[in-house]
Design a binder for this molecule. Sequence first.
Ligand code: AP5
Length: 218
Amino acid sequence: MRLVFLGPPGAGKGTQARMVSEKLGLPQISTGDILREAVRRQTELGAKAKAYMDAGELVPDGVMLSLVDARLAEADCHRGFVLDGYPRTLPQARALDEVLSRAKQRIDGVVLIDVADDEVVRRLSRRRVCPQCKGLYNLDADPPKVEGVCDQCGVELITRTDDSEGTIRNRLEVYRNETLPLVEYYQAKGILAGVPSEGGIQKVFPVIMEKISRLRQG
Ligand code: AP5
C-alpha cells in the first residue's frame, strides 16, 4: 500500500506515520528526517537545504524530486511505503504521480491530519526529538521515561532549530499557501481521508487505521 500523510506542522504526521508504518510493515519516508540528517552530516544536500529549513521555507522542488525518486527506487519500497511530509506542493504531487505511473503504481490513500494553529505552536514548543533514532516526544502528551533522554537509544534529546514560535508561524503560512491546494488535488481523486488530531496520540491512531482499511477496500 502506498500512503501519503498530509497536514500542517505539528499535526502529528511523523508520530502517526511511524506507528502506521510499523503496523503495516512498510518503510516510513520522512523527507524532513532525510533533510535534517543531510544537514547534520554536512552533505551537499544538507548545504542546499539548511537555510530554507531554518527559515521554515520549503526546499526547492527540483532538489526534492530527485531525492524522493531515488528513495522510492530502493528495494524496501517495492511493496509500498508511508510518505511523511511529501508531497507538499502541486508540482511535487504531479511528479510523484508520474513516477509511480511509469511503474504502473499509484498512491492508494492520503491521510490528512488537521489541527488548530494555537495547538501547533503549543505542541511544537514542547516537542523533543532523538537525533539518533528520530524518535518523537512531547513534554506534555508523550514525555520520555527519563527527562531529556531517548527511551530507545539513551541519547540526549534535542529541540529542532525550526521549532521557535516565529518559524512555526511561517511554516503554517507556507503550509496554507503551498500545501493546502493538495487537499483539493487528492479529494478529486477520491483518496483523501481527513482525521482530526484531537484526543491524544493513542486515540488518533485507531481512527487513522480505520480510514486506511476503508481506503484499502476501495
Ligand atoms: P518536516 O520535518 O516534514 O516538518 P513539518 O511538516 O513542519 O512537520 P513536523 O515534523 O513539524 O510535524 P508533524 O506533523 O510530523 O508532527 P509530529 O508527529 O512531530 O519538514 C521540516 C522542513 O523540511 C520543512 O519546513 C522544509 O524546509 C523541509 N521539507 C521537508 N519536506 C519537504 C518537502 N516535501 N518539500 C520541501 N521542503 C521540505 O508531532 C509534533 C508534536 O506533537 C510532537 O511532540 C508529538 O509528540 C506531539 N503530538 C503528535 N500527535 C499528538 C496528539 N494527537 N496530541 C498531542 N500531541 C501530539
